[in-house]
Design a protein around this ligand. Sequence first.
Ligand code: TRP
Length: 437
Amino acid sequence: MSAKEPIRVLTGITTTGTPHLGNYVGSIRAAVRASLQPGVQSFYFLADYHALIKCDEPARIQRSTLEIAASWLAAGLDPERVTFYRQSDIPEIPELTWLLTCVTGKGLLNRAHAYKAMLDKNQAAGADPDSDVSAGLFMYPVLMGADILMFKAHQVPVGRDQIQHIEMARDMAASFNHLYGNLLVAPEALIDDNVALLPGLDGRKMSKSYDNTIALFGPREQLKKQIMGIVTDSRAPGEPKSTEGSALYQIYRAFADDTEAAAFAQAFADGIAWGDAKQQLFERIDAEIGPMRARYEHLMAHPEEVEQLLLRGAEKARALATPFMRELRRAVGLRPLQASEQAGQARAAIKTEALSSFKQYRETDGRFYFKLVDAAGQVLLQSRGFDSPRDAGQAVKRLQTEGAAALAPLAAQLNLTGAASLALVNALSALQIAQST
Ligand code: TRP
């Protein structure tokens, strides 16, 4: 990776539910902010293939896809600036899933937490260990690996429960690269320890599975009603109240700046009535969410607009995925038959001709270069300057292992004028074969 290349950040949202305040505080808000930073290229997608693993209600999948897309857009995600797409619009993802399936040990997948939890549950119930385990659930990490590796993501913001999946994606990239050349980028999980877990109405973590959520975008009256339903203790107005362990306070904290939070804590100490505290919380949340609500309602009423934006996002995503998938297919041997013929010719050429060779050197400009010189001393390929000998060496390595297929991805580092010459392509094929035999 050269210094100028932006950091690529990617994350997916499974389309099975309706976004609630916990999703907003825990991921949407931070992601939208991060996407506005310079030097970051962000990819956000609706993981609807993943949704099929958990949900067999077609209408719910469709509805959730719309609600999540509308929520992210209303919260300020700029589809011009980021790549925002729907997983199932990218056919290269299931295609890459298969290539990864073939380099992923079954044993690795056996160790996935979600799968093991199902086995344990079945065991405890005295049922068949694989009862209710679809092959889709088992393969979940591979599909997720394809999501990430397809776009060469460097960082993947996820919750702690997903760290293992990112590690598995790294394993898949390593196995693939070991077999077929250095094509996949190993991602890292990005865990934001600053985002507090939002408590729900009953004080436990806000989660759909506890049925204790506050909807992110509903009618204003609904927000108010849900906030009034937050569980508190029975202290009367005038009695000092503790912020410690108070869901009401913690939710307020997630929306307030330090000064506002301090004032709210003081009001607790001064014995504010719970009803008044709830009213203040409602006003604070509504100040942030209210302005977004109109956009959300507009998008929900115009699904065709959301559809257009997603299709446009898919186009952007596929502009990267389609050529990369072509490269990956070639690397594993799913390639036009003439290519092997060319290799056959090159193989014959090796027997009769001396091999060309790479020369690495340093110029007076302090930068590191290489060139490919044929047996007669003619320069077939000249590189541009690299910052370090290691970078130059990696490019050479890639040309040796991938042959002419590496020319296009390395184009920016090479002084290639127009199409590569046949002499160059043949020389690279010969080196590649020599390397692999
Ligand atoms: N598994 C993730 C979750 O449940 C969703 C997801 C699917 C994802 N593919 C991804 C997240 C790729 C990050 C990257 O939260």
